[in-house]
Structures are given as C-alpha cells and as structure tokens.
Write a protein of this length. Structure first.
Length: 113
C-alpha cells in the first residue's frame, strides 16, 4: 500500500530540484488538492536543481514514469499516481538521475500498487 499523490505533493530530483506538479483534472480532490493521475508527473519542469557546473547538465525536465501508477485505482479512466513514484530526469549523469516523492502531503489515503 502506498500513499495517494495530490497536486500539493513534494516531488524532487535526486539533487533536490523541485518538480513543478500539474494536475490533468480538477474534479477529484483530496484536502482541496487535485489527485494526480497517469502522465501528470511526466514532462514537468524541475526548478532549482543545484547540480551545475562545467560539462554538467542540471535536471530541468522529468521523463517517463518508471514506477508509481496504481494498477487498480483510476480517476476518469486514468491510473492514480502513488508514493512509490520514480522516473528519470534529463540531468547528468544521463539515465542515472531520478525524481521521487519527498512528501505526499497527505497521510490517510493509501492505494494498492
């Protein structure tokens, strides 16, 4: 069981850059925050990634989700996002930097993976 993710959830790259969440729906909410669902974490901007320097690409976009969609719970026909969320960023080293949940911002709704 994993916590359900909402728009207010804190998602960060491995370097601690902040993922700018965006919800694709507004009608299903928890704590006045829209529930995130399939594709919501993908292609999002990452702000303030501190991994900078010569020949270093800082994280500024999320890539495809590798894990973190429920196989059982949907909202509007799309799987909800859960707290085991993980996907790669476009930062360096390529293919080795992930974004993950730091805080689901809610503690009482859990979902099967």
């Amino acid at each position: 069981m994993f916590l359900l993710l909402i728009l207010a959830s804190k998602i960060r790259c491995d370097h601690d850059g902040k993922v700018a969440n965006k919800a694709s729906q507004e009608w299903a909410v928890l704590d006045d925050s829209p529930i995130l669902r399939n594709d919501d974490p993908e292609g999002r901007d990452i702000d303030w990634c501190p991994n900078r320097g010569a020949n270093i690409k800082y994280c500024d976009k999320t890539l495809k989700v590798e894990t973190g969609y429920s196989k059982f719970v949907t909202v509007g026909g799309k799987a909800v996002v859960i707290a085991n969320l993980a996907g790669k960023t476009n930062g360096t080293p390529p293919g080795a930097v992930f974004y993950r949940v730091r805080n689901a911002e809610q503690t009482y709704v859990t979902v099967e993976s």
